[in-house]
Design a binder for this molecule. Structure first.
Ligand code: PLP
Length: 430
C-alpha cells in the first residue's frame, strides 16, 4: 500500500489547505490518466466471450429433432415450451414445471408482454384493463434496473420509489403505498442479487409482499429473478419461493416470475421463463397465442441436452463463477485501496449477480461519469438506476465488471477511483 492509501482522515474533516493540496494532487493524477488515452467500458452487464465459450456445445446440438416424448421440435406447437427444459428450470427456480413457461430468448420481452396484456386485457384479478384506469402507478425499489423503469415510462405508468435494502425493498414503505392508493398496480423486484445492489430479498420480506393488503385487487409483483443462479461465492443463496408463499397467503395471482439463460448460456440466444399460478400461466399463454404458434423448441431442446439436469446447470454456473469472481474481487481491491477511509464513497460487495453499486459523495456522480468519459472510460450514465434517470442525490454509479478482461477491469477501476477522488476534492474545496 502506498502512503496515500493508508490515509484515514476523511476528506471532509481535513483543514481547507489540506483539501486544497489534495485537490492539486488529484488534478495531476487525472491529467496523467487522460494522457494515457484509455478506451475502456464498464457500462452494460454482458457476459465476456470466455463465458459464452462455456456453452459452445450448443453449436452442435440438438442431437436430432425430437424431444424425450417424441415431439418433433422443428414444427409448430407447444406454446408453453418444452417439458424437459421446464422440468430442469422449474427445479432451479422453485416453480412446478406445469407453472413455468419456456419462451423465446428474452425475459424482458416477456415482461413487456405481461404489462401489455394487463394494459389491453387486464389480468386474472383485474376489474378492467389497466388502460381503462385513470392512472397506473408502480412501486420501484431504488437503485434498480434501468430497463424496468424505461419500460414503465413507455407505457406512461407513473412511479413511486422505495429504498432497496440488504433484505429487499423497504417493505413497510411498500405496504403503506400499496394499501393506500388503488392506482398502485404493482412493483418491480429483482429478488436475488439485485441489479445493481446485489441485495437478496429475504423470505420474510417476500412473505409480507405477497400477504400485505393492497388497494388494487390486481396488484402485481414483477419478480424478475434474472440472477437467481448467478452466485459469486460457495454460498448458493436460494430465492424465496414467491409463488408458493403467495398461494399460502391467499394471493396466488400476485407474483409473476421471470428468468432467463441470457447469462447462463448465450445472452442473444438463450431461453426465457415465466412462472406464476396455474391461472396466471393460462392467462399468459392464451394471450401469447394471439401472436405465436409456438416457441423455438429446437433451441429449448439443445439447452435441455446441454445441461441434462438441474445439477448440470449448477455445475455450469460454477464455471461462470470461476471466470467472473476474480473481476469482482478486483473491483473491491481497487476501491478499498484507493477510496477506503476517505469518506467519499461506499460500495456494495455482492455475493452474486453482475454489478457493484457505487455511491460517491452526494452531488458528484454526474461529474465522476463525465470525468471518466473524458479519460476514455465509459460508465453507465449517472442516475440510470432511478426512474426518469433522476438520482435525487446524484451519487449512484453502477459498475459492471463482467465483460472486460481482468487487466482492463483493474485499469478501469483505477481510473474510476481517480475520478471519484477528483470530483470529491472539487466539491469539498468549493
Ligand atoms: N432483468 C434484469 C434485472 C437484468 O439485469 C437483465 C439484463 O441485464 C434482464 C432482465 C434482461 O434479461 P433478458 O436477457 O432475459 O431479456
Amino acid at each position: 500500500m502506498t502512503e496515500e492509501n493508508t490515509q484515514t482522515t476523511p476528506l471532509a474533516e481535513r483543514a481547507p489547505e489540506q483539501v486544497a493540496a489534495f485537490l492539486t494532487e488529484q488534478r495531476q493524477a487525472y491529467d496523467e490518466l487522460r494522457a494515457r488515452g484509455l478506451t475502456l467500458d464498464l457500462t452494460r452487464g454482458k457476459p465476456a466471450s470466455a463465458q459464452l465459450d462455456l456453452s459452445d456445445e450448443l453449436l452442435s446440438l440438438p442431437r436430432g429433432p425430437r424431444d424425450a416424448s417424441g415431439v418433433d421440435t422443428r414444427n409448430y406447437g407447444g406454446l408453453e415450451g418444452l417439458p424437459e427444459l421446464r422440468e430442469i428450470f422449474g427445479e432451479l427456480l422453485g416453480v412446478p414445471a406445469a407453472q413455468l413457461v419456456a419462451g423465446g430468448s428474452s425475459s424482458l420481452v416477456m415482461m413487456r408482454e405481461v404489462l401489455t396484456d394487463l394494459w389491453v386485457r387486464g389480468g386474472v384479478t383485474s376489474e378492467r384493463p389497466w388502460s381503462a384506469e385513470e392512472k397506473v402507478t408502480f412501486i420501484c425499489p431504488v437503485p434498480g434496473y434501468d430497463r424496468h423503469f424505461t419500460l414503465l415510462d413507455w407505457f406512461g405508468i407513473e412511479t413511486v420509489t422505495v429504498p432497496m435494502g440488504e433484505d429487499g425493498p423497504d417493505v413497510d414503505a411498500v405496504a403503506e403505498i400499496a394499501a393506500a392508493d388503488p392506482s398502485v398496480k404493482g412493483m418491480w423486484l429483482v429478488p436475488t442479487y439485485a441489479n445493481p445492489t446485489g441485495d437478496v430479498t429475504s423470505r420474510a420480506v417476500a412473505e409480507r409482499l405477497v400477504s400485505m393488503p393492497t388497494a388494487a385487487p390486481d396488484f402485481t409483483i414483477m419478480w424478475d429473478n434474472a440472477y437467481a443462479l448467478h452466485h459469486l461465492t460457495d454460498e448458493e443463496t436460494e430465492s424465496a419461493d414467491v409463488i408458493g408463499l403467495a398461494a399460502a397467503a391467499g394471493n396466488p395471482h400476485r407474483p409473476v416470475l421471470f428468468a432467463s439463460t441470457s447469462k447462463i448460456t448465450y445472452a442473444g440466444a438463450g431461453v426465457a421463463f415465466l412462472g406464476g399460478s396455474p391461472e396466471v400461466v393460462r392467462w399468459y399463454v392464451e394471450n401469447l397465442g394471439m401472436g405465436s404458434i409456438g416457441p423455438d423448441k429446437v433451441n429449448q431442446l439443445r439447452h435441455a441436452q446441454l445441461f441434462g439436469s438441474a445439477e448440470g446447470v449448477r455445475a455450469h454456473m460454477r464455471r461462470h463463477r470461476d471466470l467472473i469472481a476474480p473481476k469482482f474481487a478486483e473491483v473491491e481491491r481497487v476501491l478499498s485501496e484507493r477510496l477506503g477511509g476517505l469518506g467519499v464513497a461506499e460500495w456494495t460487495r455482492p455475493t452474486g449477480g453482475y454489478f457493484v453499486s457505487l455511491d460517491v459523495l452526494d452531488g458528484t456522480a454526474s461529474r465522476v461519469v463525465e470525468l471518466a468519459r473524458e479519460a476514455g472510460v465509459a460508465l453507465t450514465p449517472a442516475g440510470s438506476a432511478f426512474p426518469g434517470k433522476r438520482d435525487p442525490r446524484d451519487r449512484n454509479i453502477r459498475i459492471a465488471p463482467t465483460f472486460p478482461d481482468l487487466p482492463a477491469v483493474t485499469e478501469a477501476m483505477e481510473a474510476v477511483a481517480t475520478c471519484v477522488r477528483l470530483a470529491a476534492a472539487e466539491k469539498l474545496a468549493d
